[in-house]
Write a protein that binds this ligand. Structure first.
Ligand SMILES: *Cc1c(COP(=O)(O)O)cnc(C)c1O
Length: 355
């Protein structure tokens, strides 16, 4: 059985061995302030920066999820309000989390095939603390490209740029230097079980967290930042998750190689589905299409039939999300999904739905 579900997604087969090793090597009851665990955390941070090309002067923090990152950013980096640009369910949820804590926060929704006009975005760097975007919107299978993020970064004023990269971080070669805050959880492009989030801060974001000086939450940034200086956390962290992350990173090829592989695979898939299949790419603008989550659309009956037949053939396709649930299919193009799975997928369509 192959799963193409975009989260929780396929885990690396090697995770089975890593779990046994974690047990045998005593990680499951290792005290989190011990040298054993702090050196593991140090190693995980070093490998993450090296393998993913994160600048050395950026800070890596561990959280429990991407959702928790939304809340941390509202609490610790948003004394006034944030501005959110979104086109799908995750971006919209982020806005709602922000508004629950900072009611003055606003957002603008853009179309699925649209590349938003940056000059026209209704925010001012004067009174906005955070500009928030979802680099890869998992629910709509869209992506904001590097050039877009760069142009947005250049019109921030004194605001910080925060990027939800939950379904691309670890898969794409992101230009970390062109934003202040990046975050993800490990059940997408890291090929790991859920329960760990990664939050990456630029020096500018760290300085801002010190200025805001939130002390009211257990995961307030100033406390997290002082603990991580010693590779520790305020609370007992997910040591197993960090251990698994360090094992996966140690085996990983450099991000440029991973990125190229995913880009080639995505291109092949889009080309295949543009030809004679009962499904079409959900996003027609090639500049707006996601590399890591391929969205396909069809009428509800066909989508239903394809999902059912695929499951019988050992292929678990991802459901559409939110309002797109009945008429779309999502295919995770994550590093842990093997090439063999995509070959099986193409064969399945060629056999069951010849054009
Ligand atoms: C999956 C996902 C989230 C939520 O991740 P959790 O680990 O469940 O908090 C947030 N944003 C995006 C873009 C996602 O794909």
């Amino acid at each position: 059985m192959y799963t193409f579900n975009p989260g929780p997604s396929a885990v690396y087969p090697a995770v089975r061995q890593y779990l046994t090793d974690a047990f045998d090597e005593g990680w499951l009851s290792a005290p989190h302030r011990s040298e054993k665990v702090t050196s593991l955390v140090r190693q995980a941070v070093t490998d993450l920066k090296t393998k993913l090309n994160v600048p050395q002067d950026f800070t890596v923090l561990f959280t429990s999820s991407a959702t928790e990152c939304w809340e941390i950013l509202a609490q610790s980096l948003t004394p006034r309000k944030s501005f959110h640009l979104y086109n799908g369910d995750f971006g919209e949820k982020w806005l709602k989390y922000a508004q629950a804590l900072r009611p003055a926060s606003t957002g603008v929704r853009f179309g699925l095939d649209e590349l938003p006009d940056i000059a026209a975005l209704p925010f001012s760097g004067e009174d906005t603390d955070l500009v928030c975007i979802t680099q890869n919107e998992t629910s709509t299978a869209t992506q904001l490209r590097e050039g877009f993020i760069l142009n947005l970064y250049n019109r921030l004023g004194s605001a910080l740029l925060a990027v939800d990269a939950t379904s691309s971080l670890g898969g794409l070669n992101l230009k970390y230097i062109k934003a202040d805050i990046w975050f993800a959880s490990v059940q997408k492009c890291f090929g790991l079980p859920a329960g760990l989030g990664v939050l990456i801060l630029s020096p500018r974001a760290v300085a801002q967290a010190r200025t805001v000086n939130d002390r009211a939450h257990y995961n307030a940034l100033p406390a997290m930042l002082s603990q991580i200086l010693n590779f520790q956390t305020n609370y007992t962290p997910n040591v197993l998750g960090i251990y698994l992350l360090s094992r996966v990173l140690a085996e990983r090829e450099p991000i440029k190689t991973v990125h190229q592989h995913l880009a080639d695979r995505a291109q092949k898939l889009y080309d295949f589905f543009e030809q004679a299949t009962p499904l079409q790419p959900l996003i027609s603008n090639t500049e707006a299409r996601s590399t890591t989550v391929v969205g396909l659309k069809g009428d509800a009956g066909t989508v239903e039939e394809i999902k059912r037949k695929a499951l019988e053939a050992g292929l678990h396709l991802g459901n559409g999300y939110g309002s797109l649930k009945a008429t779309t299919i999502r295919i995770a193009n994550f590093p842990a999904v093997p090439d063999a799975a995509f070959e099986a997928l193409v064969k399945f369509f060629a056999k069951e739905f010849p054009g």
